[in-house]
Design a binder for this molecule. Structure first.
Ligand SMILES: [Fe+2]
Length: 593
């Protein structure tokens, strides 16, 4: 341990879904990355050796420089729950399921694949989630609420952070799980579990909550803010869905076949589960306030990514200030376990300031990009090295003329949102922009809304919001005098990102250049990936995504490439080479093993 800098702590989340690594140096968060971005396998759960290597490289460190490796859940406790969950399936459990029943695997792979021969600091899953929120919130004292599908046994927890200390005060245990309830209905609606929850949330405003009373039969919220599930309706051990025949009888609506037509009943079921989830979370945050007396709330766990519920918590909940960890899902557990390990090592609080940026991944040198683009016809590549004003002028002009831009600049984002590092950008005022991006770039369902990025100083002119929202973690009402069909949801809400020059210099200046040209200080900002693929990581990923989609223009750091300048044969050839969708998780059920 270097006395000047403090300990180097490597946090690891793996072996469930969305593996990730995070690096703290002297308590400062210096790097964090998702393994899926390197392997190009969506939600890759493998031990994140690529992400670890990259995080260390960004800090100029090697594994021998690390003082402590932390792991984001207790594999022994998890094995107990896995055995309990899996028992009905034995002896027919799949090889993959049996492979996962291995409590030594994290330590063994950390030793064998990372070359780490020291002890591994084990941090419980929900404590990791709690730490990922509290230690990065900047609050000196705060209530903490974590809600996900399942960790080892816990599915929700209440805690209190106070100075350097963080303790969990109570928890709800599997199989009683708000996250699993939402995921179960996500699967029932024909969307992919652990991926399609965003779709249910996006579909909800199109429906009415006419099934909410029926869904309330599935969950009983006690006066003290705890809840239990009515287990008779669930079949968590089955491979074909998490809700049994009794639920179908209750609802009177059959399970929707994936990719089939979405009807009003599906919209109404989506609205109903969203309503019940919001009600439950409001009761849970009420209990967090009662238990701690704090005016501050920190949240993490996958359910904290339900931005519509977070908005209600901000507006209707009992807390003056709310912080949600931007990587609230399991990947963020890597931050949390590293933070806990730092506190255990030093007795001190890591990262005492509010996390201001999610740009924690790697970047690519402009000269490397120049080398890559050397393969292109020179007339097709515009080189703006040393001329940022020229670059921003060229890009803002293309945006103003209705072009869709693939934007690759600086460090990549950690967490599920693209925030101006690896983004697809467009003018939010176009009537056909949303449908065009949905149909031919993102290749996803037309009902799903896109989010806006707005100059922070102009946010209140266009949205009902009185605080910064740098991570797109809550929705708010659109009140803009501008016509913004591409980013306005059917209920006139939007999931806003406020952008400052301090945190995201070039992206801020691009918004500024676009505003000077159009009087519109916002852009549509969606993740730079095709449907079913991870967000682009390297310039090559960005190029392939550009060529396989209908994105009009690619900005690779200081370089601009226009589709219309490319040889037509390249585009024709590459359009047919899109790889099949790869996913590491089941579409039907939450991966409990
Ligand atoms: Fe989790």
């Amino acid at each position: 341990m270097s006395p000047a800098a403090g300990p180097v702590v490597l946090g690891i989340a793996a072996h469930f879904h969305d593996a990730a690594a995070a690096l703290l140096v002297g308590g400062e968060l210096v790097a964090a990355s998702h393994e899926e971005r390197y392997t190009r396998q969506k939600q890759d759960p493998s031990l994140p050796r690529n992400a670890v290597r990259d995080c260390l490289a960004q800090a100029g460190l090697r594994i021998n420089d690390v003082d402590c490796v932390a792991y984001y859940e207790d594999p022994a406790k998890k094995l107990h729950r896995q055995l309990w969950t899996g028992l009905p399936e034995f002896p027919d459990a799949s090889e993959m399921a049996l492979f996962r029943l291995d409590a030594d695997r994290p330590r063994r792979e950390i030793r064998e694949l990372l070359g780490w021969d020291g002890p591994v600091e084990i941090v419980d899953h929900h404590l990791s989630h709690a730490a990922s929120a509290y230690y990065f919130s900047g609050f000196e004292r705060s209530a903490v609420l974590t809600v996900d599908a399942v960790g080892e046994w816990a599915t929700s927890s209440w805690g209190l952070g106070d100075g350097a200390g963080l303790s969990l005060l109570d928890q709800i245990e599997f199989p009683h799980s708000l996250g699993l309830l939402y995921s179960a209905i996500t699967g029932y609606l024909g969307f992919e579990v652990n991926e399609g929850e965003y779709k249910v949330m996006g579909l909800a405003p199109y429906g009415t909550p006419r099934y909410a009373d029926k869904i309330r039969n599935l969950i009983e919220i006690n006066d003290n803010g705890r809840f239990t599930l009515a287990l008779d309706y669930f079949s968590f051990g089955r491979a074909d869905g998490m809700l049994g025949d009794r639920f179908t009888e209750l609802l009177g609506v059959p399970k929707r076949t994936p990719e089939s037509t979405i009807d009003d009943v599906h919209r109404d079921i989506a609205r109903s589960i969203q309503t019940v989830t919001e009600e439950t979370l409001l009761r849970m945050v009420g209990r967090a306030r009662d238990m701690t007396g704090s005016e501050n709330l920190c949240m993490a766990g996958g359910v904290a990514l339900n931005v519509v519920a977070v908005r209600r918590i901000v507006e209707e909940g009992p807390f003056a200030h709310v912080f949600v960890q931007p990587a609230a899902g399991d990947a963020g557990g890597s931050l949390g376990c590293a933070a806990v390990a730092h506190q255990r090592l030093t007795g001190e609080r890591p990262h005492p300031r509010r996390q201001r940026s999610a740009l924690l991944g790697s970047t690519t040198d402009s000269n490397e990009i120049a080398h890559l683009l050397g393969a292109y016809p020179t007339h097709a590549v515009h080189d703006y090295r040393g001329d940022e004003a020229g670059l921003l002028g060229a890009v803002s002009a293309r945006l103003a003329s209705g072009k869709v831009i693939g934007w690759y600049h600086g460090r990549e984002e950690f967490g599920p949102r693209s925030l101006g590092g690896r983004s697809i950008l467009a003018d939010p005022r176009g009537d056909d922009t949303r449908d065009r991006i949905n149909a031919s770039v993102k290749m996803r369902e037309a009902f799903r809304p896109f989010a806006p990025a707005v100059l922070a100083e102009h946010a209140a002119e266009h949205f009902r919001i009185d605080h910064e929202s740098p991570f797109m973690l809550e929705t708010c009402e659109v009140i803009s005098p501008l016509h913004l069909p591409a980013i306005t949801h059917v209920d006139r809400s939007a999931r806003v990102q406020t952008v400052t020059e301090q945190e995201n210099g070039r992206f801020y200046r691009l918004l500024k250049a676009f505003a000077e040209r159009t009087d519109c200080p916002l852009l549509l900002n969606t993740s730079f990936n095709l449907r079913g693929e991870p967000i682009v990581h390297t310039p090559v990923d960005a190029l392939l995504c550009f060529l396989r989609s209908d994105i009009d223009c690619l900005v690779l750091d200081d370089f601009v490439v226009d589709r219309e300048s490319l040889p037509q044969a390249w585009i024709t050839w590459l359009k047919g080479t899109r790889p099949p969708r790869q996913s590491c998780v089941s579409d039907n059920v939450y991966t409990l093993l």
